[in-house]
Design a protein around this ligand. Structure first.
Ligand code: SAM
Length: 275
């Protein structure tokens, strides 16, 4: 719905049910959540007492990946889908502190992200936030604001960070991502993090927490996570637990898997490049 100034009106939020964005915000210690979301976060903490630290580590990996993409890969355009509520350091801040001209499009299905993103971005012309659905990738590609904000003839980094777990494989999430990647210029990147299943009890526990609180939040084997990258070559070190994963210094000081805390073995991430 358009307002008199032509902008999209902010829809009223249903606060009776938890949403992924608001539960995640609660786990990160944010304030943009309601009682049902805090209950959802409490369910996560019941199953995985360090669930908040998982969320913090996922944000740290997001920043690590964006810094690599700007500094080492020379990327200055980001399409960040499932961006979540603004928190401490967001994609545009991580990118623009290295390249002030970097352009960012935030896309999230939850309208609360638009409401809070607009306030944060009131004075930032290089960054926009749009409400759209990853499950409808063609609508994202056809969205006028998104089309106009990015230069589609040059490389773009597509970020699908911390979302895959919310879709069952039956929904074929990789096909949505393929539709988006097909549209991106050669030299573009795909950055993903996801819940992993290497047979550990705490990984199963986070799945149970997600299913109980949100009705989704599945774990996947590393082999299955690798398939999210659609056969594109992975940037070293490939996919790994987030604490071990550092594309800017893949041979650096990497902790042994056994030395990680169990909660640090819940998420894996990686970046691939389109040739
Ligand atoms: N990417 C951020 C990060 O890693 O910190 C936020 C991750 S949060 C766990 C998942 C986000 O995906 C939520 O903000 C949720 O609203 C969003 N999301 C869920 N389903 C979506 C969909 N179909 N299309 C777009 N965004 C979606």
């Amino acid at each position: 719905m358009a307002t008199p100034d032509g902008s999209e009106a902010t829809p009223a939020f249903d606060t009776s049910q938890p949403t992924i964005a608001r539960v995640y915000d609660a786990l990160l210690g944010g304030k943009d959540n309601f009682a049902a979301d805090r209950e959802g976060a409490a369910t996560y903490l019941k199953f995985v007492p360090d669930a908040g630290r998982c969320a913090i580590d996922n944000r740290a990996a997001l920043v690590k990946g964006v810094q690599y993409l700007v500094r080492d890969a020379g990327i200055d355009q980001f399409l960040d889908i499932g961006s979540g509520l603004p928190t401490q350091k967001n994609t545009h801040q991580a990118a623009q502190e290295i390249d002030p001209n970097a352009k960012v499009v935030y896309v999230d299905v939850d309208p609360i992200v638009l409401a809070h993103g607009r306030a944060l971005l009131a004075t930032n012309d290089s960054t926009i936030v749009v409400t759209a659905d990853l499950r409808k990738p063609q609508e994202i590609l056809d969205h006028e604001e998104i089309k106009d904000h990015l230069d589609w003839d040059r490389p773009i980094a597509l970020m699908i960070v911390g979302i895959h777990m919310h879709f069952h494989d039956d929904e074929k999430p990789d096909e949505w991502v393929r539709t988006l990647m097909d549209k991106l210029a050669p030299g573009s990147y795909l950055f993903i993090t996801d819940f992993v299943d290497t047979g550990e009890p705490l990984q199963k526990a986070i799945e149970q927490a997600g299913l109980e609180s949100l009705g989704n939040g599945w774990i996947r084997t590393p082999e299955r996570i690798e398939q999210h990258f659609l056969g594109l070559p992975l940037v070293p070190p490939g996919i790994d637990f987030l604490e071990r994963w550092n594309p800017a210094d893949p041979e650096g000081d990497i902790p042994d898997v056994e030395d990680l805390q169990p909660y640090q073995r819940i998420l894996m991430g990686g970046i691939a490049k389109k040739g």
